[in-house]
Design a protein around this ligand. Structure first.
Ligand code: AN7
Length: 357
């Protein structure tokens, strides 16, 4: 019998670091679709590629998995306010869960560098929003400083409760497939999600639910690729504003996940990201924000550069909904505006315009 998904804490309570009497703040996050992407499988020469569509979470990104844990535990500790730095999605999620919990949220965002959809979510959920003259890395330094010295609880992914909640993405994939994919591919900014998926798979492995962990493949934007460069990037730049991060918070966790899983990091250009963003919406039917196409773009680039994926089963996490940053869909490959043709209210004229006969 069909039942209502109860959110990741209740669904996985026995596998999460939260006590049974902790209050649970949930918006029903998790339980997101694992969508077959045959067009992408064909493109990269793999047996099977599936997208874990995290845009289907309550605030439209994967952040909700970690935020239900972080805000629930903040409430358990008696917090009256939460704070985060954000490139947009974390702030949207923190604002929504704080609203649900009946506490204040404070968000620090890099001036002018967050997508309109995400900013409107933080405003809608009555967050106190400050645009900082600086980049995300500066905002995170500020948020850490404020949470250390004032009565505000930090809900960035340096808070382990966030990673703990986000590991449920891996649990869901294993539960749905009954095995682990050969590769797990995702975009990387702070590398919190990359680290969280590995943690989830590793726990499944240690508890005997899977026979091996997938190779973890993480991709960054070329202008913002500290893991590829091997050191922090001072002035990260990319149109994929969600992952415009130069000094990743989960550096050590991610490196050990990469090593233990025999995985890798790679970089793709903004052009390659936008190409894949369009491919996923045109050919697969899944509309994501540009940053979210970075993993699939990296997978394609790896295949083009000679990585053989023949016979492989691959899961790609697409992290945020296309409507977050919808303007990119209205640009053609050369950056020109796409506007539907205007026609008169006349069937013959409409048919002609559509090329029908
Ligand atoms: C759509 O919201 O860092 O590697 O402040 O929004 O775990 O950082 C967002 C990150 C990928 C990268 N895709 O994840 C923030 C923020 C989307 C994102 C990432 C983000 P991490």
């Amino acid at each position: 019998m069909a039942h209502q998904w109860r959110g990741v804490i209740r669904e996985y309570i026995d596998r999460l670091d939260i006590s049974a009497d902790n209050p649970i703040i949930t918006l029903g996050e998790g339980g997101t679709p694992l969508v077959e992407a045959p067009a992408l499988a064909k493109l990269v020469g793999a047996e099977r590629v599936m997208l874990k569509v995290e845009g289907m979470n309550p605030t439209g990104s994967f952040k909700d998995r970690g935020m239900t844990m972080a805000v629930s535990k903040a409430i358990g500790h008696g917090a009256k306010a939460v704070i985060c730095a954000s490139t947009g999605n974390t702030s949207a999620s923190a604002a929504a869960y704080a609203a649900a919990a009946g506490i204040q949220s404070v968000v620090l965002i890099p001036e002018g560098k967050i997508a309109l959809g995400k900013l409107s979510q933080a405003v809608a959920h009555k967050s106190q929003i400050l645009q900082v003259r600086g980049n995300f890395d500066d905002c995170l330094d500020l948020a850490r400083n404020l949470s250390a010295n004032y009565a505000v609880h930090l809900v960035n992914s340096v808070n382990p409760d966030r990673i703990e909640g986000q590991k449920t993405g891996a649990f869901e994939i294993v539960d749905a497939l009954g095995f682990a994919p050969d590769y797990h591919v995702l975009p990387v900014g702070n590398a919190g999600n990359y680290s969280a998926y590995f943690k989830g798979y590793l726990e499944d492995f240690n508890e005997g639910r899977i026979k091996r962990v997938p190779k973890m493949w993480g991709f960054q934007a070329e202008g913002s690729a500290p893991f590829v460069q091997g050191s922090p990037v001072k002035n990260p730049e990319t149109i994929a504003t969600a992952i415009r991060i130069g000094n990743p918070a989960s550096w050590d966790l991610a490196l050990s996940a990469q090593e233990c899983s025999d995985g890798k990091f790679g970089a793709v250009s903004d052009k390659e990201i936008l190409w894949m963003h369009r491919f996923l919406s045109n050919e697969v039917g899944v509309f994501v924000e540009p940053s979210s196409a970075t993993g699939a773009a990296g997978l394609f680039k790896s295949a083009q550069q000679g990585d053989s994926l023949a016979g492989a089963t691959i899961v790609v996490t697409v992290t945020g909904h296309g409507l977050k940053d919808a303007g990119w869909a209205l640009k053609d490959e050369d950056g020109g505006d796409i506007l539907p043709t205007v026609v008169n209210n006349n069937a013959a004229e409409v048919a002609e315009s559509l090329g029908l006969n």
